[in-house]
Design a protein around this ligand. Structure first.
Ligand code: PLP
Length: 460
Protein backbone atom coordinates (compact mmCIF):
# COMPACT_ATOMS: atom_id res chain seq x y z
CA UNK A 1 0.00 0.00 0.00
CA UNK A 2 1.51 3.36 -0.96
CA UNK A 3 1.32 6.49 1.18
CA UNK A 4 -1.77 7.91 -0.56
CA UNK A 5 -3.64 4.60 -0.28
CA UNK A 6 -2.80 4.49 3.43
CA UNK A 7 -4.13 8.00 3.90
CA UNK A 8 -7.34 7.21 1.99
CA UNK A 9 -7.79 4.18 4.20
CA UNK A 10 -7.34 6.20 7.38
CA UNK A 11 -9.97 8.64 6.10
CA UNK A 12 -12.56 6.05 5.10
CA UNK A 13 -12.06 3.90 8.21
CA UNK A 14 -12.62 6.79 10.57
CA UNK A 15 -15.42 8.68 8.81
CA UNK A 16 -18.96 8.06 7.59
CA UNK A 17 -19.28 8.26 3.80
CA UNK A 18 -22.39 10.18 2.78
CA UNK A 19 -25.56 8.56 1.38
CA UNK A 20 -24.18 5.04 1.08
CA UNK A 21 -23.71 1.71 2.79
CA UNK A 22 -20.27 2.08 4.36
CA UNK A 23 -18.83 -0.85 2.42
CA UNK A 24 -19.07 1.52 -0.55
CA UNK A 25 -16.80 4.05 1.21
CA UNK A 26 -13.48 2.29 0.76
CA UNK A 27 -11.61 3.69 -2.22
CA UNK A 28 -12.74 7.20 -3.12
CA UNK A 29 -10.66 8.96 -5.74
CA UNK A 30 -8.07 11.20 -4.07
CA UNK A 31 -8.26 14.70 -5.54
CA UNK A 32 -5.26 16.82 -4.77
CA UNK A 33 -5.97 19.92 -6.82
CA UNK A 34 -8.57 21.64 -8.95
CA UNK A 35 -8.33 24.64 -11.25
CA UNK A 36 -10.71 26.12 -13.82
CA UNK A 37 -12.93 23.30 -15.13
CA UNK A 38 -10.47 20.55 -14.19
CA UNK A 39 -9.54 18.54 -11.11
CA UNK A 40 -6.41 16.41 -10.64
CA UNK A 41 -5.78 13.14 -8.79
CA UNK A 42 -2.67 12.01 -6.90
CA UNK A 43 -1.00 10.92 -10.16
CA UNK A 44 -1.76 14.29 -11.77
CA UNK A 45 -4.37 12.70 -13.99
CA UNK A 46 -6.76 15.40 -15.18
CA UNK A 47 -10.56 15.18 -15.03
CA UNK A 48 -12.96 17.59 -16.68
CA UNK A 49 -15.62 18.63 -14.18
CA UNK A 50 -18.88 18.26 -16.15
CA UNK A 51 -21.13 18.63 -13.08
CA UNK A 52 -19.50 21.55 -11.21
CA UNK A 53 -18.95 19.01 -8.40
CA UNK A 54 -22.47 18.94 -6.92
CA UNK A 55 -23.83 21.62 -9.27
CA UNK A 56 -22.17 24.25 -7.10
CA UNK A 57 -18.71 25.18 -8.45
CA UNK A 58 -20.35 27.46 -11.00
CA UNK A 59 -17.35 29.81 -11.23
CA UNK A 60 -14.92 26.95 -11.72
CA UNK A 61 -12.08 26.13 -9.37
CA UNK A 62 -9.47 28.59 -7.99
CA UNK A 63 -11.21 31.85 -8.76
CA UNK A 64 -8.66 34.38 -7.49
CA UNK A 65 -11.13 37.17 -6.67
CA UNK A 66 -13.24 35.00 -4.38
CA UNK A 67 -10.22 33.38 -2.75
CA UNK A 68 -8.57 36.73 -2.00
CA UNK A 69 -11.74 38.03 -0.35
CA UNK A 70 -11.93 34.98 1.90
CA UNK A 71 -8.23 35.22 2.80
CA UNK A 72 -8.60 38.91 3.69
CA UNK A 73 -11.61 38.17 5.90
CA UNK A 74 -9.76 35.27 7.58
CA UNK A 75 -6.93 37.63 8.47
CA UNK A 76 -9.20 40.43 9.60
CA UNK A 77 -12.06 38.80 11.49
CA UNK A 78 -13.07 35.22 10.71
CA UNK A 79 -15.86 35.09 13.25
CA UNK A 80 -18.11 37.31 15.26
CA UNK A 81 -21.46 36.35 16.78
CA UNK A 82 -24.60 36.80 14.64
CA UNK A 83 -25.99 39.48 16.95
CA UNK A 84 -23.34 42.00 15.80
CA UNK A 85 -23.34 44.00 12.57
CA UNK A 86 -20.22 43.42 10.45
CA UNK A 87 -18.80 44.32 7.08
CA UNK A 88 -18.96 40.92 5.36
CA UNK A 89 -22.70 40.69 6.09
CA UNK A 90 -23.32 44.27 4.90
CA UNK A 91 -21.36 43.58 1.70
CA UNK A 92 -23.28 40.35 1.12
CA UNK A 93 -26.65 42.08 1.55
CA UNK A 94 -25.70 44.97 -0.74
CA UNK A 95 -24.48 42.57 -3.44
CA UNK A 96 -27.54 40.33 -3.13
CA UNK A 97 -29.91 43.27 -3.46
CA UNK A 98 -28.49 43.87 -6.95
CA UNK A 99 -29.54 40.41 -8.17
CA UNK A 100 -32.72 39.60 -6.22
CA UNK A 101 -36.10 39.85 -7.94
CA UNK A 102 -37.87 43.05 -6.84
CA UNK A 103 -39.73 42.47 -3.59
CA UNK A 104 -37.55 39.64 -2.30
CA UNK A 105 -35.16 41.51 -0.06
CA UNK A 106 -35.20 40.18 3.51
CA UNK A 107 -32.39 37.67 4.15
CA UNK A 108 -31.47 35.04 6.69
CA UNK A 109 -27.98 33.55 6.41
CA UNK A 110 -27.03 29.98 7.31
CA UNK A 111 -24.42 27.54 6.02
CA UNK A 112 -26.17 25.14 3.60
CA UNK A 113 -29.11 24.68 1.28
CA UNK A 114 -30.66 22.30 3.76
CA UNK A 115 -30.57 24.93 6.50
CA UNK A 116 -31.95 27.54 4.10
CA UNK A 117 -34.99 25.29 3.64
CA UNK A 118 -35.25 24.54 7.38
CA UNK A 119 -35.32 28.28 8.07
CA UNK A 120 -37.97 28.71 5.37
CA UNK A 121 -40.11 26.06 7.04
CA UNK A 122 -39.88 27.65 10.48
CA UNK A 123 -40.57 31.11 9.09
CA UNK A 124 -43.52 30.05 6.96
CA UNK A 125 -45.13 27.87 9.62
CA UNK A 126 -44.99 30.67 12.18
CA UNK A 127 -46.24 33.19 9.62
CA UNK A 128 -49.04 30.98 8.25
CA UNK A 129 -50.19 29.41 11.53
CA UNK A 130 -52.53 27.63 12.03
CA UNK A 131 -51.96 26.45 8.46
CA UNK A 132 -48.95 24.17 8.49
CA UNK A 133 -48.96 21.67 5.61
CA UNK A 134 -46.35 21.88 2.87
CA UNK A 135 -46.90 20.42 -0.58
CA UNK A 136 -43.72 19.25 -2.26
CA UNK A 137 -43.31 16.98 -5.31
CA UNK A 138 -42.14 13.39 -5.76
CA UNK A 139 -39.22 14.27 -8.01
CA UNK A 140 -37.41 16.53 -5.58
CA UNK A 141 -34.55 16.91 -3.14
CA UNK A 142 -34.62 19.64 -0.50
CA UNK A 143 -31.97 18.67 2.04
CA UNK A 144 -30.50 16.12 4.39
CA UNK A 145 -31.83 17.12 7.81
CA UNK A 146 -35.09 15.93 9.31
CA UNK A 147 -37.26 18.62 7.70
CA UNK A 148 -35.24 18.85 4.49
CA UNK A 149 -35.48 15.14 3.87
CA UNK A 150 -39.22 15.12 4.65
CA UNK A 151 -39.80 17.60 1.81
CA UNK A 152 -37.75 15.31 -0.42
CA UNK A 153 -39.55 13.04 -2.85
CA UNK A 154 -36.61 10.81 -3.74
CA UNK A 155 -35.51 7.59 -1.98
CA UNK A 156 -33.43 9.46 0.56
CA UNK A 157 -36.72 10.19 2.32
CA UNK A 158 -37.60 6.49 2.53
CA UNK A 159 -34.58 5.79 4.76
CA UNK A 160 -35.42 8.75 7.01
CA UNK A 161 -39.02 7.56 7.28
CA UNK A 162 -37.91 4.10 8.37
CA UNK A 163 -35.79 5.76 11.06
CA UNK A 164 -38.76 7.97 12.09
CA UNK A 165 -36.68 11.04 11.22
CA UNK A 166 -39.32 13.14 9.50
CA UNK A 167 -41.67 15.99 10.38
CA UNK A 168 -45.48 16.09 10.18
CA UNK A 169 -47.52 17.70 7.49
CA UNK A 170 -45.76 17.23 4.15
CA UNK A 171 -47.71 15.97 1.10
CA UNK A 172 -46.48 15.17 -2.40
CA UNK A 173 -47.90 16.43 -5.68
CA UNK A 174 -47.40 14.82 -9.09
CA UNK A 175 -44.49 16.10 -11.15
CA UNK A 176 -44.52 18.31 -14.23
CA UNK A 177 -42.69 15.48 -15.96
CA UNK A 178 -43.85 15.50 -19.57
CA UNK A 179 -41.60 12.63 -20.69
CA UNK A 180 -43.41 10.38 -18.18
CA UNK A 181 -46.59 12.31 -17.45
CA UNK A 182 -48.06 10.96 -14.19
CA UNK A 183 -51.54 11.48 -15.69
CA UNK A 184 -50.68 9.76 -18.98
CA UNK A 185 -51.43 13.00 -20.85
CA UNK A 186 -49.51 14.88 -23.53
CA UNK A 187 -48.60 18.54 -23.63
CA UNK A 188 -50.17 20.85 -24.85
CA UNK A 189 -53.55 19.02 -24.65
CA UNK A 190 -53.13 18.21 -20.97
CA UNK A 191 -54.58 21.42 -19.49
CA UNK A 192 -51.44 21.39 -17.29
CA UNK A 193 -53.10 18.78 -15.10
CA UNK A 194 -49.97 18.61 -12.88
CA UNK A 195 -50.67 22.20 -11.78
CA UNK A 196 -54.46 21.79 -11.61
CA UNK A 197 -54.04 18.79 -9.33
CA UNK A 198 -52.22 20.99 -6.80
CA UNK A 199 -55.34 23.15 -6.61
CA UNK A 200 -57.37 19.99 -5.90
CA UNK A 201 -54.84 18.89 -3.27
CA UNK A 202 -54.83 22.21 -1.44
CA UNK A 203 -58.63 22.29 -1.28
CA UNK A 204 -58.89 18.66 -0.16
CA UNK A 205 -56.02 18.82 2.34
CA UNK A 206 -57.02 22.05 4.06
CA UNK A 207 -54.39 23.80 6.21
CA UNK A 208 -51.88 24.08 3.37
CA UNK A 209 -49.36 26.78 4.24
CA UNK A 210 -47.05 26.50 1.25
CA UNK A 211 -46.11 24.80 -1.98
CA UNK A 212 -42.38 24.10 -2.24
CA UNK A 213 -40.80 23.61 -5.68
CA UNK A 214 -37.49 23.30 -7.44
CA UNK A 215 -38.13 25.53 -10.50
CA UNK A 216 -36.25 23.05 -12.69
CA UNK A 217 -35.98 19.79 -10.78
CA UNK A 218 -32.30 19.22 -10.08
CA UNK A 219 -30.94 15.86 -8.98
CA UNK A 220 -34.23 14.14 -9.71
CA UNK A 221 -34.17 14.61 -13.44
CA UNK A 222 -33.68 18.22 -14.64
CA UNK A 223 -37.40 18.33 -15.23
CA UNK A 224 -38.36 21.54 -17.03
CA UNK A 225 -42.07 22.29 -16.58
CA UNK A 226 -44.28 23.44 -19.45
CA UNK A 227 -44.33 27.25 -19.82
CA UNK A 228 -47.82 27.58 -18.31
CA UNK A 229 -46.99 25.58 -15.15
CA UNK A 230 -45.49 28.21 -12.84
CA UNK A 231 -47.80 31.11 -13.78
CA UNK A 232 -50.74 28.76 -13.06
CA UNK A 233 -49.19 27.47 -9.82
CA UNK A 234 -48.63 31.05 -8.63
CA UNK A 235 -52.34 31.76 -9.23
CA UNK A 236 -53.39 28.57 -7.47
CA UNK A 237 -51.32 29.51 -4.41
CA UNK A 238 -52.77 33.03 -4.37
CA UNK A 239 -56.36 31.82 -4.78
CA UNK A 240 -55.96 29.32 -1.96
CA UNK A 241 -53.97 31.54 0.42
CA UNK A 242 -50.80 29.44 0.28
CA UNK A 243 -47.22 30.66 -0.08
CA UNK A 244 -45.06 29.66 -3.04
CA UNK A 245 -41.53 28.73 -1.99
CA UNK A 246 -38.85 28.35 -4.68
CA UNK A 247 -35.87 26.20 -3.76
CA UNK A 248 -33.17 27.71 -5.99
CA UNK A 249 -30.32 25.98 -4.17
CA UNK A 250 -29.27 24.31 -7.41
CA UNK A 251 -31.06 26.34 -10.09
CA UNK A 252 -29.96 29.77 -8.87
CA UNK A 253 -26.94 31.74 -9.97
CA UNK A 254 -27.34 31.68 -13.76
CA UNK A 255 -27.51 27.87 -13.99
CA UNK A 256 -30.58 27.99 -16.24
CA UNK A 257 -29.76 31.33 -17.90
CA UNK A 258 -31.13 34.15 -15.71
CA UNK A 259 -29.90 34.60 -12.13
CA UNK A 260 -32.98 32.75 -10.84
CA UNK A 261 -34.74 29.96 -12.69
CA UNK A 262 -38.15 31.36 -11.69
CA UNK A 263 -37.32 34.37 -13.88
CA UNK A 264 -37.68 32.08 -16.91
CA UNK A 265 -41.44 32.28 -16.27
CA UNK A 266 -41.63 35.75 -14.69
CA UNK A 267 -43.00 34.26 -11.51
CA UNK A 268 -42.01 35.57 -8.09
CA UNK A 269 -42.14 33.26 -5.08
CA UNK A 270 -42.94 34.47 -1.56
CA UNK A 271 -39.81 32.81 -0.22
CA UNK A 272 -36.68 31.86 -2.14
CA UNK A 273 -33.91 29.66 -0.80
CA UNK A 274 -30.45 29.34 -2.25
CA UNK A 275 -26.93 28.13 -1.39
CA UNK A 276 -24.31 26.30 -3.53
CA UNK A 277 -23.55 28.86 -6.29
CA UNK A 278 -24.04 31.91 -4.04
CA UNK A 279 -20.35 31.62 -3.22
CA UNK A 280 -19.39 29.46 -6.20
CA UNK A 281 -18.96 26.80 -3.48
CA UNK A 282 -15.87 28.57 -2.12
CA UNK A 283 -17.56 28.78 1.29
CA UNK A 284 -20.70 27.19 2.75
CA UNK A 285 -23.54 29.72 2.73
CA UNK A 286 -27.30 29.16 2.76
CA UNK A 287 -29.71 32.03 2.13
CA UNK A 288 -33.42 32.27 2.88
CA UNK A 289 -35.06 35.32 1.30
CA UNK A 290 -38.57 36.56 2.00
CA UNK A 291 -40.82 39.48 1.15
CA UNK A 292 -41.01 42.51 3.43
CA UNK A 293 -44.57 41.49 4.35
CA UNK A 294 -43.30 38.24 5.89
CA UNK A 295 -40.48 39.98 7.73
CA UNK A 296 -42.89 42.63 9.05
CA UNK A 297 -44.89 39.88 10.73
CA UNK A 298 -41.84 39.21 12.90
CA UNK A 299 -41.54 42.81 14.12
CA UNK A 300 -43.49 41.82 17.22
CA UNK A 301 -43.44 38.03 16.84
CA UNK A 302 -40.21 36.23 17.83
CA UNK A 303 -38.36 34.79 14.83
CA UNK A 304 -37.40 31.72 16.74
CA UNK A 305 -34.42 30.57 14.71
CA UNK A 306 -30.63 30.98 14.49
CA UNK A 307 -27.28 29.21 14.76
CA UNK A 308 -23.83 30.03 16.10
CA UNK A 309 -22.71 30.26 12.48
CA UNK A 310 -25.62 32.37 11.13
CA UNK A 311 -24.12 35.44 9.41
CA UNK A 312 -20.64 33.86 9.69
CA UNK A 313 -18.25 36.56 8.40
CA UNK A 314 -15.67 34.22 6.89
CA UNK A 315 -18.16 32.44 4.66
CA UNK A 316 -20.26 35.53 3.93
CA UNK A 317 -17.12 37.27 2.66
CA UNK A 318 -17.37 35.02 -0.42
CA UNK A 319 -20.85 36.25 -1.44
CA UNK A 320 -20.12 39.79 -2.71
CA UNK A 321 -17.06 38.82 -4.82
CA UNK A 322 -19.00 35.87 -6.25
CA UNK A 323 -21.85 38.15 -7.30
CA UNK A 324 -19.28 40.45 -8.92
CA UNK A 325 -17.56 37.55 -10.69
CA UNK A 326 -20.87 36.24 -12.06
CA UNK A 327 -21.65 39.69 -13.45
CA UNK A 328 -18.20 39.97 -15.03
CA UNK A 329 -18.53 36.51 -16.57
CA UNK A 330 -22.06 37.13 -17.93
CA UNK A 331 -20.86 40.42 -19.47
CA UNK A 332 -18.37 38.45 -21.58
CA UNK A 333 -21.27 36.59 -23.25
CA UNK A 334 -19.45 33.25 -22.87
CA UNK A 335 -22.04 31.42 -20.72
CA UNK A 336 -24.91 32.56 -22.97
CA UNK A 337 -23.04 31.30 -26.06
CA UNK A 338 -22.05 28.01 -24.48
CA UNK A 339 -25.58 27.26 -23.26
CA UNK A 340 -26.76 26.97 -26.87
CA UNK A 341 -23.67 25.05 -27.89
CA UNK A 342 -24.02 22.55 -25.05
CA UNK A 343 -27.69 22.00 -25.88
CA UNK A 344 -26.87 21.34 -29.55
CA UNK A 345 -24.10 18.88 -28.61
CA UNK A 346 -26.33 16.96 -26.19
CA UNK A 347 -29.05 16.56 -28.84
CA UNK A 348 -26.38 15.33 -31.27
CA UNK A 349 -25.32 12.79 -28.68
CA UNK A 350 -28.94 11.62 -28.48
CA UNK A 351 -28.89 10.93 -32.24
CA UNK A 352 -25.98 8.53 -31.76
CA UNK A 353 -27.00 6.70 -28.61
CA UNK A 354 -30.12 4.61 -28.37
CA UNK A 355 -29.77 4.49 -24.60
CA UNK A 356 -30.64 8.20 -24.36
CA UNK A 357 -34.39 8.38 -23.89
CA UNK A 358 -34.69 12.07 -23.18
CA UNK A 359 -32.52 15.18 -23.19
CA UNK A 360 -33.79 17.86 -20.80
CA UNK A 361 -32.60 21.11 -19.39
CA UNK A 362 -31.80 24.76 -19.84
CA UNK A 363 -28.65 26.87 -19.80
CA UNK A 364 -25.85 24.92 -18.11
CA UNK A 365 -28.30 22.54 -16.42
CA UNK A 366 -29.03 19.32 -18.34
CA UNK A 367 -29.83 15.66 -17.92
CA UNK A 368 -29.61 12.67 -20.19
CA UNK A 369 -32.27 10.16 -19.16
CA UNK A 370 -30.91 6.69 -19.79
CA UNK A 371 -33.36 4.00 -20.93
CA UNK A 372 -33.20 0.36 -21.88
CA UNK A 373 -35.89 0.75 -24.49
CA UNK A 374 -36.55 4.06 -26.20
CA UNK A 375 -39.97 3.03 -27.43
CA UNK A 376 -41.40 1.78 -24.14
CA UNK A 377 -39.19 4.13 -22.03
CA UNK A 378 -38.33 1.17 -19.80
CA UNK A 379 -35.47 2.10 -17.47
CA UNK A 380 -32.41 -0.01 -16.66
CA UNK A 381 -32.99 0.57 -12.94
CA UNK A 382 -35.81 1.73 -10.73
CA UNK A 383 -36.00 4.40 -8.03
CA UNK A 384 -36.03 1.62 -5.44
CA UNK A 385 -32.68 0.32 -6.78
CA UNK A 386 -30.93 3.55 -5.73
CA UNK A 387 -28.39 2.95 -2.92
CA UNK A 388 -28.81 -0.84 -3.33
CA UNK A 389 -26.61 -1.70 -6.28
CA UNK A 390 -24.44 -0.27 -9.02
CA UNK A 391 -26.86 1.21 -11.55
CA UNK A 392 -26.45 1.84 -15.27
CA UNK A 393 -25.80 5.61 -14.88
CA UNK A 394 -23.15 4.74 -12.23
CA UNK A 395 -21.48 2.42 -14.74
CA UNK A 396 -21.51 5.08 -17.47
CA UNK A 397 -20.18 7.73 -15.05
CA UNK A 398 -17.51 5.25 -13.85
CA UNK A 399 -16.36 4.66 -17.43
CA UNK A 400 -16.33 8.41 -18.08
CA UNK A 401 -14.22 8.95 -14.97
CA UNK A 402 -11.67 6.40 -16.19
CA UNK A 403 -11.50 8.39 -19.40
CA UNK A 404 -11.02 11.73 -17.60
CA UNK A 405 -14.55 13.11 -17.17
CA UNK A 406 -16.41 13.64 -13.91
CA UNK A 407 -20.17 13.60 -14.23
CA UNK A 408 -22.66 13.20 -11.38
CA UNK A 409 -25.53 10.78 -11.90
CA UNK A 410 -28.81 9.62 -10.41
CA UNK A 411 -30.72 6.35 -10.74
CA UNK A 412 -31.90 7.14 -14.28
CA UNK A 413 -29.97 10.19 -15.41
CA UNK A 414 -26.54 11.62 -16.06
CA UNK A 415 -26.24 15.21 -14.89
CA UNK A 416 -24.54 17.63 -17.22
CA UNK A 417 -23.92 20.93 -15.44
CA UNK A 418 -20.42 22.25 -16.12
CA UNK A 419 -19.04 25.44 -14.57
CA UNK A 420 -20.25 28.60 -16.33
CA UNK A 421 -16.65 29.31 -17.42
CA UNK A 422 -16.49 26.26 -19.72
CA UNK A 423 -15.50 26.88 -23.36
CA UNK A 424 -16.59 25.21 -26.63
CA UNK A 425 -13.38 23.15 -26.78
CA UNK A 426 -13.91 21.89 -23.26
CA UNK A 427 -17.55 21.02 -24.03
CA UNK A 428 -16.28 19.04 -27.04
CA UNK A 429 -13.80 17.24 -24.80
CA UNK A 430 -16.57 16.23 -22.38
CA UNK A 431 -19.02 15.21 -25.10
CA UNK A 432 -16.29 13.13 -26.77
CA UNK A 433 -15.72 11.17 -23.56
CA UNK A 434 -19.46 10.74 -22.93
CA UNK A 435 -19.84 9.49 -26.49
CA UNK A 436 -17.49 6.61 -25.64
CA UNK A 437 -18.83 5.96 -22.13
CA UNK A 438 -22.47 5.75 -23.30
CA UNK A 439 -21.57 2.71 -25.41
CA UNK A 440 -21.76 0.68 -22.20
CA UNK A 441 -25.52 1.28 -22.07
CA UNK A 442 -26.02 1.09 -25.84
CA UNK A 443 -24.72 -2.49 -25.73
CA UNK A 444 -27.55 -3.42 -23.36
CA UNK A 445 -30.49 -1.60 -24.92
CA UNK A 446 -33.46 -3.53 -26.21
CA UNK A 447 -33.79 -2.71 -29.89
CA UNK A 448 -37.16 -1.87 -31.33
CA UNK A 449 -38.15 -1.28 -34.95
CA UNK A 450 -39.75 2.09 -34.31
CA UNK A 451 -37.40 4.82 -33.11
CA UNK A 452 -38.51 6.51 -29.90
CA UNK A 453 -39.93 9.98 -29.95
CA UNK A 454 -37.48 12.79 -29.39
CA UNK A 455 -37.19 14.36 -26.06
CA UNK A 456 -39.88 16.32 -24.30
CA UNK A 457 -38.13 18.63 -22.01
CA UNK A 458 -36.63 21.70 -23.64
CA UNK A 459 -39.65 23.99 -23.89
CA UNK A 460 -38.87 27.04 -25.96
C1 PLP B 1 -32.69 21.72 -4.71
C2 PLP B 1 -31.83 21.47 -3.50
N1 PLP B 1 -32.24 21.91 -2.30
C3 PLP B 1 -31.51 21.72 -1.19
C4 PLP B 1 -30.31 21.04 -1.25
C5 PLP B 1 -29.51 20.86 0.00
O1 PLP B 1 -28.40 21.70 -0.04
P1 PLP B 1 -27.10 21.37 0.85
O2 PLP B 1 -26.56 20.10 0.33
O3 PLP B 1 -26.22 22.55 0.65
O4 PLP B 1 -27.57 21.26 2.25
C6 PLP B 1 -29.84 20.57 -2.47
C7 PLP B 1 -28.58 19.83 -2.55
O5 PLP B 1 -28.23 19.25 -3.53
C8 PLP B 1 -30.63 20.78 -3.62
O6 PLP B 1 -30.24 20.34 -4.81
Amino acid sequence: MDKTEERIQSLTEHTYGTWRAQKGWKKPLFIKDAEGVYMYDQDDKRYLDFSSQLMCSNLGHKNKVVIEAIVKQAEKMPYIAPGFAQEAAVNAVEALLTVMPKGLDRFFFSTSGTEANEAALKILRQYMAPKYKVISRYHSYHGGTVAGVTFTGDPRRWYAERARCTVEGVRFAPDAYCYRCPFGLSYPDCNIQCAEYVDYMIKEEGNVAAVLVEPVVGTNGRIVPPPEYFPRLRKICDENGALLVADEVMTGWYRTGPVWAMQNWNVMPDILTTAKGCTGAYAPVGITVTTKKIKDYFEEETMCHGHTYSFHPLVLSAVAPSVAEYKRLMATGLPQRIAGYLEKKLYELEEHHECIGDVRGMGHFWALEIVKNRKTKERFDTKADKFRKVLMPDRIAGEALKRGLYTACWYDTLMIAPPLIITEEQVDEGIGILDKALEIADREVVHTDTPGSRSSGAFK
